[in-house]
Every structure is written in structure tokens, then in C-alpha cells.
Design a protein around this ligand. Structure first.
Ligand code: ATP
Ligand code: MG
Length: 178
């Protein structure tokens, strides 16, 4: 890419992660190199979208930080300090992955949630964005993206929940929700 931009998918409606994987697919189809990092998904088995990547032979590298379990999903809660440490380390890994390799598109899935919860300082992400090479497009997903990040972005889409089957008692479905 000549000039990479910053995109944010936020809001409480469904579609943030699937939109990010959609753009990854499109980019890869055009020969762009993609890196996907999934934050805060620990404690659950990998979702269908990353399983598909392993089977497709596309130039998409993915990494899921399996130890990052949000305290509310943790038996007995706690572990917030550990989570903060893991998030800091993860962002460092992203930095190395992006600065070290040739990349066109980087997806930071659910990172907004870590910022909204105060588990990761927003300054550290702004710094990373500052350091990113000119040609790298960055997509940040997750509910509650902080205001200063929205200001920094070139594209912001809010997925707004009008209806979700979850509210009608339909549990998450394999292959559709995960
Ligand atoms: P998806 O991964 O389906 O694109 P998402 O990334 O926009 O959804 P998240 O906020 O990451 O949504 O939500 C995590 C899980 O909760 C996903 O499995 C998603 O399908 C589901 N979900 C999304 N929106 C809602 C909602 N409004 N009510 C209940 N569950 C939701
Ligand atoms: Mg998501």
C-alpha cells in the first residue's frame, strides 16, 4: 500500500470481527500481506475464522493470545495485573511483527475492549500507530473504542445492535457466532 490508513470497527452490534476478517480476505486476494492478532479471546477454543485460515494457504499470519482471559470470564475473577502484563507483551509482539516484516494490513481484533477497560493504556496504542510504517493499514476492532482513538482514525464504523438472537434466548452457534 502506498498509504495505509487506520480503521476502527466498534459498537455493540454483531459484525466487527467478521468485517475485519472480510477485509483480510479481500487484501489477501489482491496479494497483500496480512497479520491478524486476536486479543482477549483466551479461555475459549479458536473460532471458525482462524481455523479456516489454517486450511486456505493464504498469506495471512495469525496469532491469538490464549492467556488473555477477561476477569469476568475467569473463575473467581482476579488476574487483572497478569492480564495487563500480557497485553503489554502482546502489543510489543505486534510492534515487532509489523516493524520487522513486510506487512500491508494488520488487524488488532478486540483490542478496543482492552483500551475501554483500562487494561492497556491507550497511549501505548497511539504510540504504535505513530511508529507504523506509512504503507501499513491498521484495523482495530472491539466495543467501546476510546474517543482519542476515534479521532486518530481515518475510518470509523459503529455496528449498532438493533436485534440479536442472543436476546431471544438463542445461544451462540458454532460456525455463525464462533
Ligand atoms: P462477530 O465476531 O460475529 O463479527 P463482533 O466481533 O461484532 O461479532 P463481539 O463484541 O466481539 O462481536 O462479540 C463477541 C461475540 O458476541 C461474538 O460471538 C458475537 O457474535 C456475539 N455478539 C455480537 N454482538 C452481539 C449482541 N449485540 N448481543 C449478543 N451477542 C453479540
Ligand atoms: Mg469481535
Amino acid at each position: 500500500l502506498k498509504r495505509g490508513l487506520i480503521q476502527i470497527y466498534t459498537g455493540d452490534g454483531k459484525g466487527k470481527t467478521t468485517a475485519a476478517f472480510g477485509i483480510a480476505l479481500r487484501a489477501a486476494g489482491r496479494g497483500l500481506r496480512v497479520q491478524i492478532y486476536q486479543f482477549l479471546k483466551g479461555g475459549s477454543p479458536p473460532s471458525g475464522e482462524v481455523l479456516a485460515l489454517d486450511n486456505c494457504g493464504l498469506p495471512i499470519r495469525w496469532r491469538r493470545f490464549d492467556d488473555q482471559i477477561p476477569p469476568m470470564f475467569r473463575k473467581g475473577g482476579g488476574g487483572e495485573e497478569e492480564l495487563r502484563r500480557s497485553l503489554r507483551k502482546a502489543l510489543e509482539e505486534v510492534r515487532e511483527g509489523v516493524l520487522g516484516g513486510q506487512t500491508d494490513l494488520v488487524i488488532l481484533d478486540e483490542i478496543n475492549v482492552a483500551l475501554a477497560q483500562g487494561w492497556l493504556p491507550v497511549e501505548s496504542v497511539l504510540e504504535f500507530l505513530q511508529e507504523c510504517p506509512e504503507g501499513v493499514e491498521v484495523v482495530l476492532t472491539g466495543r467501546g473504542a476510546p474517543e482519542c482513538l476515534l479521532e486518530r482514525a481515518h475510518l470509523v464504523t459503529e455496528m449498532r445492535c438493533i436485534k440479536h438472537p442472543f436476546d431471544q434466548g438463542v445461544p451462540a452457534r458454532r460456525g455463525i457466532e464462533f
